[in-house]
Each structure stands twice: as structure tokens, then as C-alpha cells.
Design a protein around this ligand. Structure first.
Ligand SMILES: Cc1cc2nc3c(=O)[nH]c(=O)nc-3n(C[C@H](O)[C@H](O)[C@H](O)COP(=O)(O)OP(=O)(O)OC[C@H]3O[C@@H](n4cnc5c(N)ncnc54)[C@H](O)[C@@H]3O)c2cc1C
Length: 469
């Protein structure tokens, strides 16, 4: 594509799950002016194949790619326009990563209000997926902390706010997966923290009933809460897990020693156990580490290393929030065919459905190294936002696991009848018929979107696959 000062390449792109690779024209504007000029040049060509913004590509599926069309890569624009160290409000370019923001603002005593399990995402990606963190039960999702944002829509530039006359556009964009336009910059309210450490309580629970009841009874005492579940455990052990709950440490609390074991160390421990037991495991590159043997032993080690009675430790922000970031490129561990991260939410009261899904996973012997359970609080006003009050479970599943497509279709049915939903930013396989059932505000979102983009220039592989527009 011709264009002065535009860094343009043709690239194969996929999401973090490494599935559904497609060929895209990628434009990487290096300044806000270059971004606006790129959009002016790209728009006429986008009529046929569409265009979509992209952050750091940490969505698992195909929402940040556009086969044959144009992808606007914003990740190179890391601009901190304004910071107010009284209120903790910053104004940043949408390509600003959470990592860069934390490196800049944490030493000044501020942390992001909501963070996913990786710091390598952009503010634009966080808005477009309305990401949630381990504090959703108390604090809600990312869009709640954006007082204002500037959106370059195909029908013009809008400064949108959560209340008032631009609020419809605001809430169509929060969770709108880049399909209302490109967020150019945003104001973000950070939270004050006294230290860079966390006081973490770890509790081992023997089965699902115990896990759910401990979370129900104690989560309100902690700003952050997440449970890891051993998906291979069956029978009376079904749903056994390790619950970690935490608050930001206050200054007097951080004198105790850090007794935390990193994820990397756990991997090493699991591999050692495997070699001692002489189990057969293929570790020749490309790494095929996440086979059933390793997952089974890893789960056992993880479960056993957690103390049988609740204990408290001091951990750094990085090790509590971002343990996976310590294992660079861990998504490649699933091999060439990649993996799916299936995340769903079912409302409170649908614990039997949650149990049924766990039973089916364990019966199917699906080896998931990462299965994470959280409690969600209230929904945001984002029309396509994922979180709603209820239990959310996220499970990594290698592509190629036997009968997995059928199993996930069955889960979708269970979730729809429970009036729950699947997270679109992680999806790569849903049936489009499920979307209106899972996202009841879809028609409202579509009509706002069509006003902003009457020629339907904004499109992604996900929007076409799920017939969103
Ligand atoms: C290890 C790991 C842990 C995770 N944990 C969580 C979690 O706990 N909670 C959670 O909610 N998510 C989680 N995620 C998912 C991730 O937070 C989201 O998918 C997020 O959107 C990724 O941001 P990104 O910058 O990489 O965006 P991309 O993946 O590049 O894009 C995501 C979407 O945002 C749109 N977009 C990007 N930039 C803009 C922009 N400037 N304007 C408009 N639209 C834009 C894209 O079009 C696309 O639809 C996790 C992902 C990983 C890899």
C-alpha cells in the first residue's frame, strides 16, 4: 500500500493461541499524525477487505487481525501525554503498554486499576476487550476507569465519555473489539499504592464445594482473588484447587521474607519429578512440554506445594499478577498447532453447570495446565463486555486434543442455557448462532456501530467469523 511515512508490511498474524494464521497488510504508524494520515489513506482501500487496530496481539483468537485487509499496529506508540500525581490520572496513547505504564507510575506510587494476567497488553486492547482482573468482584472492569477517550471513527473523531451525549459511543467502544474505530488516546484513573508488594494468602481446597464456599465467604476481604483448579482431578477430588487472595502491602507489612516459589521453579520441579519417575516425555524442540504427563505432575506439585492450612506471604507485584510473563513465549509450549483458551462465565446459582463442565473436562482427560476460576462482580455498561456477576473459568486446551471441538460445543450449549457467555477476546471457534444468545445487547451495539461506520470499513477475522457486523 502506497503512503508517505507509513511503515507498511505484509505479515502473517495470529492471536496468542497461535491458531488461525492469516495474511494481513500491517501499518505501523509511529506518531499520532502518522496514525491519522494512515487512516485517511487506508479507508478507501478498506471497503473491500476491512481494517482493524491491533495492540500487542495478546488476545488469544482472531480479533486483532483482518485477512487480506489492513491491520493498524499501535504498539509502537507509547506516549504518556499527561500525569497528575495528585489524582493519579494519566493521559496516554492507546498503544501505551500496561508494562510501560507500571514501570513509569509504580515508582510514583500508582498502579493500574485493573490488570489481566500479563502486563504486555496495550491500553487500547484493554479498552476494546474491557479486560477484567483478579479484582473484578470488587472493582469491575477496565472501562470503568476511563473518564474520557478519543476515538477515530470512520465518520469522524469523537471524544467520548461514560456519561452524557457521547456515552453510547463510549460503551459501544468499551468491549467493542476495535470495531467502532481506533482509540487514539485515553485518560485512565490509576490507584494509589503504598508499596510494590502484595500480601498474599494461599489456601489449598480439597474439592469444588470447598473452593466455592471459601471464595464466597472470604473474597470480600481481599481486593484480588483467583483460584487455580486441577482439571485432571476426579471423583471426590474434582475441582480441588489453590486459592490465592491478596491486598496491596502497606509499608509496615513488607518486612517479612519472601517465601514465594516462582512458576519457573515449579516447572523445573515437575520436570525433575518426571525424570526421577522415568516417565516418557518429549522435550525436544519445538517444545512439546504440555503433554498429559507433565500437566499431571505439574498439577500435583502445584497442589502439594500449597500449604494445607492457609498461609500468608509477601510477593512482588510481578510474581503475584504476572507469573506467566516470566516464561517468555510460553504460548509456543503448546506446539505448532497452538491452543485455545476457553473462558466462560455462568451466573451465581449455576454452580451445578460449573461442576458439570469440570466433570466433562476431567472425563475427557483434557490436560489443561492453566485452569483459573474467579468470581465476577457487577457488569459494566459495555454493550459487548464479557464480565457479568457469576463464576468465570478459563481453561487452556491444546488444539488437537481428542474430541475437543464437540466438547466445547456442548459447553457452549450448557453456558447459553445458564444465561452465561464466552469471552470473545479469547475466542477462535464459537458458532455465530450463539452470539445473540450470549450477548443480548448485540443489536443495540450493531446499530450504534453502523452509525459510526456506515460503510463497514472496520472488520476483523473475528467479526466476519462471528457475523458481528
Ligand atoms: C497471559 C495472558 C493473560 C490474560 N489474562 C487476562 C485476564 O485476566 N483478563 C482479561 O480480560 N484478559 C486477559 N487476557 C487477554 C488480554 O488481556 C486481552 O485480549 C487484551 O485485549 C489484549 O490486549 P492487546 O493490546 O494485546 O490487544 P490485541 O490482542 O492486539 O487486540 C485486542 C482487541 O483490541 C482491539 N484494539 C487494540 N488496540 C486498539 C485501539 N487502539 N483502538 C481500538 N481497538 C483496539 C483489537 O482490534 C482487538 O479487537 C490475557 C492474555 C494473556 C496472553
Amino acid at each position: 500500500m502506497a503512503g508517505a511515512n507509513l511503515n507498511t508490511n505484509t505479515k502473517f498474524l495470529s492471536g496468542w493461541g497461535n491458531t488461525s494464521v492469516t495474511n494481513n497488510v500491517v501499518i505501523t504508524p509511529d506518531s499520532p499524525d502518522a496514525l491519522r494520515s494512515a487512516l485517511r489513506q487506508v479507508a478507501p482501500n478498506a471497503l473491500e477487505h476491512g481494517m482493524i487496530p491491533r495492540g500487542l496481539g495478546r488476545s488469544y483468537g482472531d480479533c486483532a487481525q483482518c485477512s487480506g485487509g489492513v491491520v493498524i499496529d499501535l504498539s509502537q506508540q507509547q506516549i504518556l501525554y499527561k500525569q497528575d500525581i495528585q489524582s493519579g490520572q494519566v493521559t496516554v496513547s492507546s498503544g501505551m503498554s500496561i508494562d510501560a505504564l507500571i514501570r513509569h507510575m509504580l515508582p510514583l506510587g500508582f498502579f493500574v486499576p485493573v490488570t489481566p494476567g500479563t502486563r504486555h497488553i496495550t491500553v487500547g486492547g484493554a479498552i476494546a476487550a474491557d479486560v477484567h482482573g483478579k479484582n473484578h468482584h470488587l472493582d469491575g472492569s477496565f472501562g470503568n476507569y476511563i473518564p474520557s477517550m478519543k476515538i477515530l471513527t470512520p465518520s469522524g473523531i469523537v471524544t467520548a465519555q461514560p456519561q452524557g451525549e457521547t456515552s453510547e459511543i463510549f460503551w459501544a467502544t468499551v468491549g467493542g473489539l476495535g470495531l467502532t474505530g481506533v482509540v487514539e488516546q485515553a485518560d485512565l484513573s490509576l490507584i494509589p499504592v503504598e508499596t510494590q508488594s502484595m500480601v498474599v494468602s494461599t489456601t489449598r481446597t480439597r474439592d469444588l464445594d470447598e473452593l466455592l464456599s471459601v471464595m464466597n465467604e472470604t473474597d470480600h476481604n481481599f481486593k484480588y482473588s483467583v483460584a487455580w483448579i486441577d482439571c485432571l482431578a476426579k471423583g471426590s477430588n474434582l475441582g480441588r484447587g489453590v486459592l490465592t487472595q491478596a491486598n496491596h502491602a502497606l509499608k509496615p507489612e513488607i518486612t517479612s521474607a519472601n517465601n514465594h516459589i516462582s512458576l519457573k521453579a515449579l516447572f523445573a520441579r515437575a520436570s525433575k519429578l518426571i525424570s526421577q519417575r522415568q516417565l516418557s516425555i518429549n522435550t525436544t524442540p519445538p517444545l512439546n512440554l504440555l503433554n498429559r504427563n507433565l500437566v499431571r505432575v505439574f498439577n500435583e506439585v502445584w497442589f502439594r506445594k500449597a500449604p494445607s492450612t492457609s498461609t500468608t506471604s509477601i510477593q512482588s507485584i510481578s510474581s503475584f499478577f504476572y507469573p506467566l510473563d516470566a516464561i517468555g513465549g510460553w504460548n509456543r509450549l503448546y506446539g505448532k498447532r497452538g491452543f485455545i483458551q476457553y473462558q466462560f462465565v455462568v451466573p451465581y446459582g449455576c454452580e451445578p453447570e460449573l461442576r458439570m463442565i469440570l466433570e466433562m473436562l476431567s472425563e475427557a482427560k483434557v490436560s489443561s495446565f492453566l485452569a483459573v476460576l474467579k468470581r465476577f462482580g457487577g457488569s459494566s455498561q459495555g454493550l459487548l463486555s464479557f464480565p457479568m456477576p457469576g463464576w468465570t473459568l478459563a481453561v487452556d486446551i491444546a488444539v488437537g486434543s481428542p474430541n475437543i471441538a464437540k466438547l466445547l460445543d456442548q459447553f457452549d450449549e450448557i453456558i447459553v442455557s445458564a444465561k452465561g457467555r464466552v469471552y470473545l477476546a479469547k475466542d477462535s471457534r464459537l458458532d455465530p448462532k450463539m452470539i445473540p444468545k450470549m450477548y443480548p445487547n448485540l443489536d443495540n451495539w450493531r446499530s450504534i456501530r453502523d452509525r459510526l461506520d456506515p460503510k463497514r470499513l472496520m472488520a476483523s477475522d473475528l467479526s466476519r467469523r462471528l457475523e458481528l457486523i
